[in-house]
Design a protein around this ligand. Structure first.
Ligand SMILES: Cc1cc2nc3c(=O)[nH]c(=O)nc-3n(C[C@H](O)[C@H](O)[C@H](O)COP(=O)(O)OP(=O)(O)OC[C@H]3O[C@@H](n4cnc5c(N)ncnc54)[C@H](O)[C@@H]3O)c2cc1C
Length: 409
């Protein structure tokens, strides 16, 4: 039966028909038939390159070609910035394929719009001002931001809205694919992306801006509240009850925001499991310390003025070692893990894990990583090494590295 299924898939792939309706078990990538079919399909796509280039349809239409100079995977902040920097550096928009299932500004648009941001309106404006191409969007993102109080820190929808408008504008210039990339292969110095409908597209260079998801742990506590829910106060309110004792694990921005929300909701107790004191972003003469890992904005104010000053009456702080967990976890009815993020991965043909150079973003020849999944490593004024995550850092880093990626042959 499996052989018949594999042969069927082989025929579909060779005929260029997307594998709709074939379940995951049937797409067994280890099968030799499937491997043969993929190799032949890649060759077929390679042969079609010149033909497709001369037949190119107008950009702004979805899925009209198979071959591109560039493909950008991911429609979050990093994907949007990647497209802007490529165009800024002379890449023609019609030679770019852009792939994302939703194009709604990635994780910020999907899960975190109501989370308090760590940048003031002015800082968001300063960041966008540096994006020479994106700021030309006719929707005028900078003018939009200027309607808000410049010194205030708003929730993240302040930046999601203009980035969504920029996304629509860019999608009228590049080729957008509302799909997921399910596999990345290389062949003859080109990259082949298999999309979720089984179709294949080829690009000479690829940027993975595929983002990250929250990490979890397996402490003995019956009910986990997911981080996106913990960071949205109205959703969190639906999940907690007055007799709940809620564990919050972690001490960075997300943990503090979760505790800030819990402190305003009717819960019996909040147990904060920490391993190190709160870290704040600080300006010193030689520069900024803990620029990335430090607390900023409303989260910093809540940690300093409320938690450190013991002004949250139902909050207990517990050092997160075995003894602390053994004493306190049995009392906790629910748990929130705010312990960092882990990069989303795309399977690739070789099966090896992706490694990237964290000073150049290079993963392999003409394959680059950008955004929260592939952050830049930088040493701060005190010699502390940080992985820089956040839109201002992406802009600074992207302006430096994307021109180099464009020049590479
Ligand atoms: C809670 C929270 C608060 C933050 N607050 C701030 C802040 O205040 N200021 C700031 O500057 N930064 C902030 N950040 C950091 C950073 O700006 C965001 O994490 C941002 O979302 C990172 O953008 P990204 O494009 O790298 O990833 P994401 O937003 O995760 O986008 C990745 C996109 O790629 C898509 N994708 C993944 N795999 C595939 C695939 N195989 N095929 C096709 N598409 C794929 C995903 O669906 C998603 O749309 C915050 C982050 C978090 C988590």
């Amino acid at each position: 039966m499996n052989i018949i299924r594999s042969l069927l898939l082989t025929i579909l792939v060779l005929a260029g028909i997307p594998a709709h309706g074939i379940d995951a078990a049937q797409q067994d990538t280890s099968s030799s038939h499937y491997a043969l079919a993929r190799a032949l399909a890649i060759k077929k796509a390679a042969m079609l390159t010149l033909q497709a280039k001369s037949n190119s349809a107008a950009p702004g239409q979805f899925e009209t070609r198979e071959n591109y100079n560039w493909a950008v995977v991911g429609g979050g902040i990093a994907g949007i910035l990647s497209i802007g920097f490529l165009i800024e550096n002379g890449v023609h928009p019609s030679s770019i394929a852009w792939i994302d299932e939703k194009f709604n500004v990635g994780a910020l648009g999907k899960d975190y719009q109501t989370v308090p941001g760590n940048l003031s309106t002015q800082q968001w404006i300063n960041t966008l001002e540096k994006c020479d191409y994106l700021k030309q969007c006719p929707y005028d993102p900078i003018e939009y931001l200027k309607q808000f109080d410049l010194d205030s820190f708003y929730s993240l929808n302040i930046i999601v809205n203009p980035m969504q408008q920029i996304t629509h504008w860019l999608l009228n210039q590049v080729y957008g694919f509302r799909k997921k990339v399910v596999q990345v292969d290389s062949h003859n110095n080109d990259w082949y992306l298999t999309l979720s409908d089984g179709s294949l597209l080829r690009a000479h260079k690829v940027i993975l801006a595929t983002g990250s998801r929250p990490r979890s742990l397996d402490y003995p506590c019956d009910q986990e509240i997911s981080l996106p829910i913990a960071l949205d106060k109205s959703q969190l309110a639906q999940q907690v009850k007055p007799d709940d004792t809620i564990a919050v694990v972690g001490s960075a921005h997300s943990a503090v925001v979760a505790m800030m929300h819990l402190s305003e909701l009717p819960v019996k107790k909040i147990v904060h499991f920490y391993t190190h004191p709160f870290v704040y972003t600080q300006k010193i003469e030689r520069g900024i310390v803990n620029a990335e890992s430090g607390l900023k904005g409303p989260a910093a104010a809540f940690a300093k003025d409320m938690i450190e000053e013991d002004k949250v009456p139902n909050l207990v702080r517990v050092f997160n070692d075995k003894q602390g967990r053994d004493s306190w976890l049995p009392q906790c009815t629910k748990i929130i893990y705010a312990v960092g993020f882990t990069p989303n991965t795309i399977p690739w043909f070789s099966g090896d894990p992706l490694h990237y150079d964290d000073t150049t973003g290079i993963i392999a020849r003409n394959l680059f990583g950008f955004g929260i999944a592939f952050p830049e490593k930088k040493t701060d004024a005190y010699g502390k090494v940080e992985r820089r995550v956040g839109m201002p850092y992406f802009v600074e880093y992207g302006k430096h590295i994307v021109p180099q990626w464009v020049l590479m042959v």
